[in-house]
Write a protein that binds this ligand. Structure first.
Ligand SMILES: [Zn+2]
Length: 83
């Protein structure tokens, strides 16, 4: 793997969480193999991995796969109230 294209840092393989919004639902895909920069934390995914994520998201939107329910909260960046 080439060094990070943002900062030139060393990359390492890690399992990442990818968070996407599909059809009004927040979908967290866990254990996604990713290259993560040790220096700035930038993540890179292989084309195969991106394809698979898109496939999973499509399956979620078509309700072909079951998701484990998690608690989720949402807030607006500007309207965030200390709580
Ligand atoms: Zn970096």
């Amino acid at each position: 793997m080439e060094p990070c294209s943002l900062c030139g840092g060393e990359m390492e393989v890690k399992k990442a969480e990818v968070i996407k919004k599909v059809a009004g639902k927040v979908v967290v895909v866990k254990d996604v193999p990713a290259w993560v920069c040790k220096q700035c934390g930038e993540r890179y995914y292989s084309i195969d991995t991106v394809d698979r994520i898109n496939e999973i998201l499509k399956e979620v939107s078509e309700e072909k796969v079951k998701m484990q329910k998690i608690f989720a909260g949402e807030l607006n960046f500007k309207a965030a109230i200390p709580g």
